[in-house]
Design a protein around this ligand. Sequence first.
Ligand code: PLP
Length: 459
Amino acid sequence: MTERSEQQGQPERPSEPRRRRAHTTSRDLERYAGLFARRTQVMRSSAMRDLMAITARPEVISLAGGLPDTSTFPADSFAAQMTRIAHESSAEALQYGPTEGFEETKACILEVMGAEGMAPDPDDLIVTTGGQQAIDLIAKTLVNPGDPVICEAPTYPGAVPTFCSYEADVHQVSTDDEGMRIDELEELLGAFATAGRRPKFIYSVPSFQNPAGVTMSGERRRRLVELAREHEVLICEDNPYGLLRFEGDPEPTLYSLDGGDYVLYIGTLSKILSPGIRIGWVAAPPPVLEKIGLGKQAADLCTSTLTQYFVREYFAEGRWREYINDLVEIYRDRRDAMLEALEHHFPEQAEWTHPEGGLFVWATLPDYIDTTDLLAKALRENVAFVPGRAAYVDGRGGSSMRLNFSASNEEELREGIRRIGSVVSEQVALYETITGELRAEPEPDDDDSGGEVVPLPKR
Ligand SMILES: Cc1ncc(COP(=O)(O)O)c(C=O)c1O
């Protein structure tokens, strides 16, 4: 092609995009520093988001994410529904929608909530851009800087940056294998009452908690709802995993026990359909919901109309429960593979939870191991987890880790746990060598090369 025809036939090539400079100079910092709002000083990055960039490398087995397995999603149904929407409803599906969401989307949400024994009035619901936006809008609506908020210890790592950015005074109540310790909560609420302070809400993930995998017992749920009423404190129940139960009987939701006076309920389709569609919701008493709606108008006007149309069509196919049943089968096997691998590859000094559903196991190592440091070592072995500190606001959780079993197949899970187990065992051995503590006789291991293990002498 001649120079002339090139000029005539081709649009002018845009100049190269300006590359971001690798380093921020002190001059840059000075230029912007005076502009930042005070709250940016307490904003925190989400540990999982930071890790996602590193763990996207194909050679890394990531047990760090909270990603559902969407590879099993029926792609044909997705293609057919989106094509139908394009042909039949493109004008509406590509338009803005109401801030509170379409009635048809709410009808689908009512089906999902109905499956867990809840039947809210559709007017008590707002469709949100994922459950994450609902957490943000609730905090935006209720929290002034310095206001107390109570949550579990550990808590959902994605809620920590939200509470921090609204400058909440976060108090974490211990959990055990029956969920939040209600005796400890009662003491804390008593202390607040004595001090004349009223916490804005108690945030809880009662079923298959993220990150600990534990489920709150029925007795504790009832007592929690009673305490909320006695102290006139709201509860924010976040329930993305309730329908992902592998075994055992379901516990009633806090929302159904309370009837919707004190419990704000957050749901999402992220873990039972797709996180990419960004469809969540919040159910709240009308005065609270009205303010949440104002917050949402300011945040994003409305949740994607296009994906709300998709949800409507998908639910009309009538197979959404079947898909969840399929996921439950897959995740149960993966959970079992992870638990077996932990048994096999983690040293006896470690402990972990045995979730009856959901996506996560929480493992706790001896307290001389710092899992943030351990992550750097694990990444060198091409495996990742979420260090426990991400689930606390007060620096606790340093020897724990969150392990996800939904996003990797059984072989990857076994290999991932083997790699983490080997860096953990190295640390345990190193500690015992330094301190001279006697090393426990290891279980015979099929993978061992047969080398004799000599217990280190006790000093
Ligand atoms: C407890 C909890 N709440 C909220 C979310 C956010 O989910 P969504 O994709 O609906 O924003 C998650 C995601 O992992 C979660 O585990």
